[in-house]
Design a protein around this ligand. Sequence first.
Ligand code: NDP
Length: 294
Amino acid sequence: MLQVAFLGLGAIGRPMARRIGAAGFPLTVWNRTADRARAFAGEIGARHAQTADNAVRDADVVVTCLSTSTDVDQVIDSRVAAAFKNGATLLDCTSGDPATSRRIAEKVAHRSVAFIDAPVSGGVRGAEEGTLTVMCGGDARDLERVRPVIEAFGKKIVHCGPIGAGDAVKAMNQALLALTIWGTGEALVALSKLGVSAQVALDVINASSGRSNASMNLFPERVLTRAFPRTFRLALLDKDARIAAQIARDERVPAPLTQLAADLCSLARKDLGEEADHVEAVKVIEHWAGAEVR
Ligand code: NDP
């Protein structure tokens, strides 16, 4: 059985780690805020490590799920990189940026440690149910070695290309998510002002060509109910959309909509703060329009 270390017990890291433990892999957990890791380890019967280097020492697979690639780069510093077991794999499930992922991969390569960027999609519920989509960058043989661990939380596991390819696909997906949230929000606020109920409008749109995950799931479950549960921070979507815009710039692809997604996310983040959920961005449109989606 592969020994697993899981670093980063945030909103999505916790259910992912829980599933890895439940699948029977011997599991060690670490989190920057140690109290969180200690409580979580007690809850699921995992080992808790006080430091990141202690966490990775005996692991065959080290899973990281932190906010940004820069955070991963900081946590996997030279001391932690030196503590890796020879031949281990660093499976980074952070929604990261390709350039930083390539740098981290180089840092651990001297210990013959393989690196796979493996960001996920499907939200906290998908993590709890083990149905995440996992988009992977790296060597295909390295991916096969750690596939059993990914299967504990992922259903659709796709090899996208070399290191950074998973990050790139994820960033573009997120820019599309931001655009559909924003576009659906504009449409429904305008229709609400016009006197068409959002419920009726969504009923039509979801049977028509303008539908999306935003219109089919996020708006009915989170906006119409005014529940706005905090499962995925707007600050993280802002980070993702900015990665997407940077990739387009690096590849010299004119991408005004991707840039707009990034600009709108940054603006909403400034307005609503670091803890707001991504769907709460709709509140900015409502505020500008002086009307709610109803
Ligand atoms: P959270 O904000 O809930 O948690 C962030 C985690 O990263 C915490 O464990 C935090 O530690 C840790 N962290 C942040 N900065 C550092 C640092 N400098 N050093 C050490 N640890 C750090 O984020 P999520 O769990 O929601 O997201 C994690 C990743 O997964 C992100 O890249 C996100 O974009 C992606 N993602 C999230 C989804 C979701 O639905 N939530 C869906 C798909 C992808 P501490 O507890 O100490 O603050």
